[in-house]
Design a protein around this ligand. Structure first.
Ligand code: B12
Ligand code: SF4
Ligand code: SF4
Length: 382
């Protein structure tokens, strides 16, 4: 079969199995990316979640010696939640970023790529394919950019002309030399909306560069104490951040509900905050186990839930937060609870912090408790 024909068959089949966009790229070295990764490391701008060495990340043949080309795929996900429950004064709710709505996208994209691989192998029996979604060494964005899926925006996301940037990416390296697609032209122009809207100034320079250490999407996934500066910027985000995509004009009106797998359960994706504080491991697994935002376990999410309750100054949460401050075995949770109580700032909260200080042994937690009491000075002028 001629390559052009096979390529067209693959495009048709991809559409049939619910792949929203597919593109073909060479498996040549990503030289510009290699330099970029080196620079990011030098500046300590990386998140630490990236896999592999810079060579493995930019030289596809190190991962698959036979690689001749890379097939990139994109699946669009919703940007609006149907029947979203309101976060009310009586029942404050947190928010998972859109990339964590519905079923874990890694499973969905891997399934689509596995089907595609089968399809190719039926036609080319000696095809060698290697699938990657997020957790592999390759930069899914760099591959997608080269394969003409979209352009790389100033917010660093891949923006497709058809679906905006709310798309998941994945790829398959293969020994078949496909004909490469043309890249999509960058059309950010003079726009700077994402740079201006980023709450922490994580998008640096003139755009296209992220200091991941300042990015809320990263910070919501760390397991230690969150630096004070960022506690005031988290809002009600319990996992991830969508701000630089929400403000992007290229996402205007983009809201795709074509994959039932990505339909969020509002009680999971916009969960009540108070019940998250003392959720058992079993309940956590049952409720949040199938979403991508649970990959770091429950601790970071509970820490963020405490900070979100502080953001809302939710007085109805005080009793529960006191319980957590006094009895949770994890210092990060006890300490953050103390800080949150201080920020909510009622008389009862400050009394409870003082009481808890008498029994607390952990230095860091005691330090957070002191910080919690500092709020008393700012809330009470006497
Ligand atoms: C580590 C990581 C993170 C880190 C760091 C993100 C980052 N911008 O680097 C953190 C935890 C912060 C993060 C957050 C998010 N992530 Co993330 N993440 C990754 C991961 C695992 C690696 C990314 C990486 O290597 N970054 C290093 C940078 C240097 O390279 P890059 O962005 O991959 O590639 C671009 C740049 O290098 C640039 N570039 C190269 N050379 C040069 C030179 C110059 C001069 C310039 C200007 C640019 C430039 O072009 C490349 C193509 O766009 C990928 C999966 C994967 N394996 O690729 C997902 C991935 C990038 N994440 C994704 C998503 C959805 C998110 C979030 C939106 C989730 C959320 N809602 O919270 C946020 C978005 C934050 C943001 N503004 O980027 C998607 C992106 C989909 C898309 N449409 O772009 C990916 C591809 C996962 C997937 N398979 O779908 N993520
Ligand atoms: S995800 Fe949020 S914190 Fe990160 S760059 Fe975008 S707006 Fe800034
Ligand atoms: S907000 Fe503007 S500058 Fe940022 S990615 Fe979108 S179009 Fe580009």
């Amino acid at each position: 079969m001629r390559t052009e024909e096979l390529q067209q068959e693959i495009r048709d089949y991809a559409k049939e199995i619910g792949i929203d966009k597919i593109g073909f790229a060479t498996a040549d070295v990503f030289s510009e990316l290699k330099e970029r990764l080196r620079r990011q490391q030098e500046l300590n701008y990386q998140s630490g979640f990236e896999k592999g060495t810079n060579e493995e990340r930019t030289e596809p043949k190190r991962l698959l010696p036979e690689a001749q080309s890379i097939i990139s795929i994109a699946l669009a996900y919703p940007s609006r939640m149907k029947n979203a429950p309101r976060s009310t004064k009586e029942e404050r709710r947190g928010l998972f970023a859109r990339a964590s709505w519905g079923l874990d996208y890694h499973d969905v994209l891997r399934d689509r790529l596995a089907k595609l691989s089968e399809f190719i192998k039926e036609r080319v029996p000696d095809a060698i394919n290697k699938i990657m979604v997020d957790t592999g060494e390759l930069s899914d964005r760099a591959v997608a950019e080269r394969a003409g899926i979209g352009f790389s925006g100033k917010n660093t996301s891949i923006i497709t002309p058809e679906f905006g940037s709310f798309v998941y990416l994945g790829e398959m390296m293969t020994n078949i030399p496909f004909i490469p697609d043309a890249p999509v032209e960058d059309s950010c122009g003079d726009c700077r909306k994402c740079l201006d809207a980023c709450p922490t100034g994580a998008l640096v320079g003139d755009g296209g560069q992220l200091n991941a250490q300042r990015c809320i999407a990263f910070l919501t996934q760390t397991k230690g104490f969150l630096e004070d500066e960022y506690r005031f910027k988290l809002g009600n985000r319990v996992y991830g951040c969508d701000t630089c995509q929400q403000v992007c004009p290229k996402n205007k009106g983009m809201d795709f509900h074509t994959h039932p797998e990505f339909e969020p359960d509002p009680e999971v994706s916009k969960p009540k905050l108070i019940p998250m504080l003392r959720i058992s491991n079993r309940e956590f697994k049952e409720k949040f186990g199938t979403i991508s935002g649970s990959w770091r376990g429950k601790k970071p999410l509970q820490r963020n839930a405490l900070i979100a309750l502080a953001h809302y100054k939710d007085k109805t949460a005080i009793e529960e937060i006191i319980e957590v401050m006094k009895n949770d075995p994890r210092p990060v949770i006890r300490g953050t609870a103390a800080w949150s109580l201080g920020k909510i700032g009622t008389e009862e909260a400050f009394v409870a912090i003082r009481e808890a200080m008498e029994n607390e042994k952990d230095e860091q937690v005691l330090f957070e408790m002191e910080k919690g009491l500092e709020f008393e000075k700012s809330t009470n002028p006497h």
